[in-house]
Unconditional design. Structure first.
Length: 340
């Protein structure tokens, strides 16, 4: 593993304070892209977005500097990609596709405008494959005693005629399956917090998650009974489905262990740090994999791996018969991300 060179935000003398609120808005929106569903885009009191399905999926995530990202760890474009990905994955986990984003920004007056433009470029790049883009938002100065940037992103989505897949539909006999990567972002965070930047693949996974967006609508089309994205960790998010559905999700440890390539980054970093890579697979968040349950007779969509079954019982998550909290404790972790 290699150490990073100290990094600071770019400073070209062009700050938020120097150009003012409307200058910030103009410069950032010039890089925001165009939403295919927008009838009225940025510039008015509100945007107008087509809703051909007559239902709108909506979700909001807040990213706080120092908690969700660090400017000395990630480029501005990285932060933009990550902010968009967290929201786009929530829409996918309902079985929908994204149409538009609204962004609220709080930042210090001396924030370089070039940094904010980089965030806009990253968000636009993450949204563009879906035809989505930022259509509006707001900017405000941070509190005088705060140096942190805060991004609040709201995403809108279109179900395209599908029934929304919620967390409360898992039933005994269903199959539990997951699409996407598990543990990679947590592994990358472990690398960065120790002052290193390699393996590059793990670090990149933390800086720019790669959610399997298409897996959400595909799961809905295949008859998924419950679904959510893995933002807080597999055990924690499986627990959300279990609690909402009033059922037990029994996960197979052997299958989950197969998510760790013995020659891959998770195994390499765990060996270097003296840990168990399975801890990241079970408890690491921010990969935004798609976790879903399906009727036993359903054909799993491409990209999904069966990892367990749903059974009757006191709602919760078990791994090879052991309660999730005990499994996490045995790995030296909590069962998932704790926000407060």
């Amino acid at each position: 593993m290699t150490r990073p060179r100290p990094g600071t935000p770019p400073d070209d003398g062009d700050t938020v304070a120097a150009v003012g609120e409307f200058g910030v808005v103009d410069r950032v929106l010039a890089r925001a892209g165009t939403a295919a569903a927008a009838l009225v885009g940025p510039g008015d009191d509100a945007a107008v977005v087509r809703a051909p399905d007559a239902r709108v999926v909506a979700s909001t995530d807040v990213l706080v500097e120092g908690r969700h990202f660090r400017r000395d760890w990630s480029s501005a474009e990285d932060v933009g990609h990550k902010a968009a990905a967290a929201n786009l994955a929530d829409v996918a986990a309902m079985g929908a596709v994204p149409t538009a984003l609204l962004v609220g920004l709080a930042c210090p007056a001396d924030t370089p405008l070039a940094w904010l433009e980089g965030v806009a470029v990253g968000m636009a790049a993450e949204c563009a494959p879906h035809g989505a883009a930022v259509v509006g938002g707001d900017t405000v100065a941070s509190a005088p005693d705060s140096s942190a940037v805060v991004l609040s992103v709201t995403v809108l989505g279109d179900l395209q005629g599908r029934t929304p897949v919620t967390r409360d539909g898992a039933r005994p006999g269903d199959v539990v399956a997951v699409a996407g990567r598990l543990g990679w972002s947590a592994c990358g965070w472990a690398v960065l917090r120790r002052g290193f930047t390699s393996p590059a693949a793990a670090v990149a996974a933390h800086r720019r998650p790669a959610p399997p967006y298409a897996a959400g609508p595909a799961a809905a089309d295949a008859g998924a009974t419950a679904m959510c994205d893995v933002s807080d960790g597999l055990l924690a998010d499986a627990g959300h489905i279990a609690a909402a559905s009033g059922a037990v999700l029994h996960l197979d440890r052997g299958t989950l262990a197969s998510f760790v390539d013995p020659a891959g980054p998770l195994a390499q970093v765990a060996a270097a740090l003296g840990g168990d890579p399975l801890a990241w697979v079970l408890t690491g968040g921010e990969d935004h994999a798609i976790l879903a349950t399906f009727p036993a007779a359903a054909d799993l969509p491409a990209g999904f791996t069966r990892i367990g079954v749903v059974e009757d019982g006191v709602p919760g998550v078990m791994v090879d018969g052991v309660a999730a909290a005990d499994v996490a404790e045995g790995l030296g972790e909590s069962a998932g991300h704790v926000h407060f």
